[in-house]
Design a protein around this ligand. Structure first.
Ligand code: CTP
Ligand code: MG
Length: 238
């Protein structure tokens, strides 16, 4: 039987660094909500189902104003997330029960492409655990609290972790369960959880420099520019 691939799209954050009363996943980007773009890409991809994790009480808004309004397919469930990203991921994992593989994606990354999603699906089926990322362009310095440099990381070894982060369901579910049972609050990224709480090797696969996370106010302008650039590029290569 064909393995089932479920995308878990996270949209339960408050967006405090965006400094806007509206959570950033609902802010308009070229006329549509930020969250629309990643849901649309997963619906167009080879993923079989999508679980959306929203803030508590925002489920109906998401269903009518985003999914219904733009006619997004493959939505299997909409569930409420929790206080921290890892709480939201775990709620998403519970809702995705029955999946063989999951692709955990930040709803705040609207520029994820269908090509990258399909590449990630192919790779996770072979590798069991992989995350999308890109080689870092700048040199990364590790610093102490007083901002003095402790170590210069070799550039050829540094990557920016993006999403989707993709895993076999059994590995990521048991890793998250163990992390939450241990009250581990140091978990900012899914690869970190899986590496700490399982013995799986997590591979990096190249996505695109466009796949930025909308975090601070200027990121909306950058994301809009990238969206336009991508559309023009596609128009010229057709
Ligand atoms: N997220 C989530 N549940 C949380 C926190 C974050 O689902 N409790 C999601 C966000 O909606 C976002 C992704 O995880 O799509 C990445 O998190 P981040 O960029 O940190 O978003 P926020 O936590 O919303 O922003 P901030 O940290 O500035 O408050
Ligand atoms: Mg956050």
């Amino acid at each position: 039987m064909k393995p089932k691939v479920t995308a878990i799209v996270l949209a339960a954050g408050k967006g405090s660094r965006m400094q806007n009363a509206t959570p950033k996943q609902y802010l308009p980007l070229a006329g549509k909500p930020v969250l629309f773009y990643s849901l649309y890409a997963f619906a167009e991809s080879e993923a079989d189902a999508i679980v959306v994790v929203t803030g508590k009480g925002e489920e109906e808004f998401c269903r009518t104003e985003i999914i219904g309004r733009y006619g997004i397919g493959k939505i299997e469930r909409i569930v409420a997330g929790g206080a921290e990203r890892y709480d939201s991921v775990y709620q998403g994992l519970l809702a995705a029960k029955g999946a063989d593989y999951v692709l955990i994606h930040d709803g705040a990354r609207p520029l994820i492409s269908v090509e990258t999603i399909n590449k990630a699906i192919k790779e996770v089926k072979e590798l069991g655990a992989c995350i999308v990322g890109m080689p870092v362009k700048d040199t990364i310095q590790l610093a102490a609290e007083d901002a003095s440099i402790v170590e210069t990381l070799p550039r050829s070894m540094t990557w920016m972790a993006q999403t989707p982060q993709c895993f076999s369901y059994a590995i990521v579910e048991s890793s998250y369960r163990k992390a939450l049972e241990a009250n581990d609050t140091s978990l900012t990224d899914d690869a970190m959880v899986v590496r700490k709480y399982s013995n799986a090797l997590v591979h990096l696969i190249e996505g695109s420099y466009c796949n930025m996370k909308v975090t601070t106010p200027e990121d909306i302008v950058i994301a809009e520019t990238l969206l336009m650039w991508r559309e023009n590029k596609n128009a010229h290569t057709l």
